[in-house]
Write a protein that binds this ligand. Structure first.
Ligand code: PRX
Length: 652
């Protein structure tokens, strides 16, 4: 995987500004100073098992574990022999005290409807859903696919699965029918939970229609549960489809939690890799939950009185870890918003922050750049004085966006936590500690306690400060993925065989003289569009599945708003000539195959793709062409140089 271009990692970003937290923030924070952070980091480094054992007492165990760690490279088990239940930890544990009537979820629908579920109410709904699923025959070890809009029922369904020991597989509502079908089939899910539709910018996203399309080719699915959200007309197939309300309504509001092993798979979540096939990342119950809980405290400094809002969709890992499991395990109040940030107008997010007096706001750089474009006037219409902490995730945040976030949203008062992590890591690994770490715009700063992050060469030796290299994690941590569903070889190969003895993240980074990490983006064939990870191979497979396409190469090019935009080079079958109509058709084809978020921004037709003598597409070159680079560097390995000049002449 770390391939040709990865050796040119070179960091050019120079950023000297430093922003320490205010004394006021530090005084009230869980971790109050760098000295405290350093001590915790040292403690965890010297005695990782003792450290995590101590942390694990924050979870509620039905049966205590007998061993902290079983590390049989690259296979890991944490909290061996322990038993617990994730939904019990996220709900029941809070029912015995003052959190019982606290809001667990504050939900805002796009049309302006809203709902609040206290922990007690959530307990009842989750039990009902768990009983409903049980009545369909779902049991421990079964897989349930959840394809829902951002409604409370998405959280309820996830926790209901956890309650009965079923493993959930949430598929982002923006994925197409084909993408849903592939994910259901890979998971061999028994039940699919969906909705008639969801609201997005005033339009109904017809989820049931896509589900129907997908379920034409999913032999494992026995039942499909349909939530009524938008009231649009849907077809219900007798014997297979059931309305959520009719199924869950009559169920009891209590349901005994199933006690599962620490390592029981809580969920799988599909993410992009370097091949065309998305991989089902498998997360454990105990280690994952503990990681999300600890990071709520360390990184988000969560307090009982906080209102916490992570804007990510539940279909991505950020939604899993920081809308559902982390906040609820911490007994926090989480805001969920169904729709688009510009529905009905560009100030919807600020309106929501004002309405619910949100204290901690966690979003993505691509959103921040969009807000900058929309202009400060939308922000100024609202009172954001409740905010005390801001977070960023998904891609490197450029210093200008950081400064805008700091000044305009944070009023220069809120620390910013730029959190680096991945679907595979389960939770945040590198991030400022808000009451301790002086931040530098654009840096995710230092690794969290227990996280042995390092920047190394391809051979695995540490590089000098300020030199680019591969970001790796040298010791296992509780929240890490356990395997790739149905594909343990891929787990081993992709993460543990690229660089000897360590977990390879696939990101390039450098570490500065203060030990701060600067993430420089992917070193493999994965690109990051609007904070969504896309394998270039996935897009290429989608393109070549169109009858007109002979060959395709997808690359990212820098984009002011999206971080990276998707540019595809396409050669056509036979002597066919490309035109605007075909271009549009191909863009829509990719959207249909994967989802609208994967629609290529640019498609360029070409007679041939530049290849090495061994026939490998020279992506580095294509990337440079895409970025408009005139100095294309070493092209001696190009098989046909005329291909390159043709491509360049063709530039729009
Ligand atoms: O390249 C890194 C980038 O997003 C990748 C992980 O993507 P995904 O699994 O979809 O998870 C996104 C949300 C956790 C990483 O390999 N990335 C994520 N956070 C940051 C980041 N790059 C720089 N800075 C970050 N804070």
């Amino acid at each position: 995987m770390p391939n040709d271009h990865s050796i040119d990692i070179e960091s050019v970003l120079q950023e000297e500004r430093k922003f320490p937290p205010s004394a006021e923030f530090s005084r009230r924070a869980h971790i109050k100073s760098m000295a405290e952070y350093e001590a915790l980091y040292r403690r965890a480094a010297e005695d990782p098992e003792g450290f995590w054992k101590e942390c694990a007492s924050e979870l509620f165990w039905f049966k205590p574990f007998s061993k902290v760690l079983d590390w049989n490279f690259p296979w890991v088990k944490w909290f061996v022999g322990g038993e617990l239940n994730a939904s019990y930890n996220c709900i029941d544990r809070h029912l015995a005290g003052p959190r019982r009537n606290k809001a667990a979820i504050i939900w805002e629908g796009e049309p302006g409807d809203s709902r609040v579920l206290t922990y007690q109410m959530l307990a009842g709904e989750v039990a009902r859903c768990a009983n409903g699923l049980r009545s369909l025959g779902v049991k421990a070890g079964d897989l349930v696919t959840i394809y829902l809009p951002m409604v409370p029922e998405a959280v309820i369904a996830m926790l209901a699965c956890a309650r009965i020991g079923a493993t959930h597989s949430v598929v982002f509502g923006g994925f197409s029918a084909d993408a849903l079908r592939d994910r259901i089939n890979d998971a061999e899910a028994k039940v699919c939970i969906t909705a008639d539709g969801g609201w997005r910018r005033g339009q109904i996203v017809e989820l049931k229609r896509s589900t129907d399309e997908a379920l034409k080719q999913t032999p494992s699915i026995q039942k499909c549960v349909v939530l009524k959200r938008c009231g649009n007309r849907v077809e219900m197939r007798p014997g297979r489809d059931l309305w959520w309300d009719e199924l869950m309504g009559p169920q009891k509001t209590v349901c005994d939690p199933v006690s599962v092993d620490s390592e029981h798979p809580l969920y799988t979540l599909y993410t992009s890799g370097t091949t065309g096939k998305p991989k089902g990342v498998v997360h454990s119950t105990a280690g994952y939950l503990l990681h999300t809980l600890m990071t709520m405290k360390w990184v988000f400094d969560i307090k009982d009185e906080d209102v916490f809002w992570c804007t990510a969709d539940i279909g991505w890992v950020t939604g899993h870890s920081y809308t559902v499991y982390g906040p609820l395990a911490a007994g926090a109040t989480a805001v969920i918003y169904e729709g688009a940030p510009n529905a009905p107008e560009n100030d919807r997010f600020w309106q929501i922050i004002e309405k619910y007096r949100v204290n901690i706001f966690y979003t993505a750089p691509t959103a921040i750049r969009t807000f900058i474009k929309w202009g400060e006037e939308w922000v100024k219409k609202h009172d954001l004085s409740s905010l005390r902490l801001l977070g960023s995730v998904g891609e490197p945040i450029n210093p200008e966006a950081w400064m805008w976030y700091h000044k305009v949203i944070g009023r220069e008062k809120c620390p910013i936590v730029d959190t680096w992590w991945q679907t595979e890591t389960g939770g945040i690994l590198i991030s400022p500690i808000p009451g301790a770490t002086p931040t530098k715009p654009g840096s995710a700063t230092r690794p969290l306690p227990g996280i042995a992050a390092e920047v190394v060469t391809r051979e695995g030796s540490a590089v000098a400060p300020n030199q680019g290299g591969f970001l790796v994690i040298k010791r296992p941590w509780p929240g890490m993925l356990r395997t790739i569903f149905h594909d343990p070889d891929r787990y081993k190969h992709q993460y543990f065989e690229q660089i000897p003895g360590v977990y390879t993240t696939g990101d390039g980074a450098r570490c500065d003289d203060d030990g701060y990490f600067w993430i420089m983006g992917r070193v493999d064939d994965v690109i990051n569009v609007s904070g969504h990870r896309l394998g270039t191979m996935e897009v290429e497979s989608a393109l070549v599945s169109h009858p007109a396409v002979a060959e395709a190469a997808a690359v990212g090019r820098p984009d002011e708003l999206k971080g990276q935009a998707l540019m595809c080079f396409v050669t056509l079958e036979g002597r066919r000539k490309g035109d605007d109509r075909l271009r549009e058709e191909l863009r829509n084809h990719v959207a249909r195959e994967i989802g609208a978020f994967a629609k290529p921004d640019t498609i360029r037709f070409t007679d041939a793709l530049p290849k090495t003598r061994s026939g490998k597409i020279m992506r580095r070159l294509l990337r440079q062409i895409a970025a408009g680079d005139q100095t294309l560097g070493d092209t001696t390995t190009l098989e046909d140089l005329s291909v390159l000049s043709r491509l360049r002449e063709d530039e729009e």
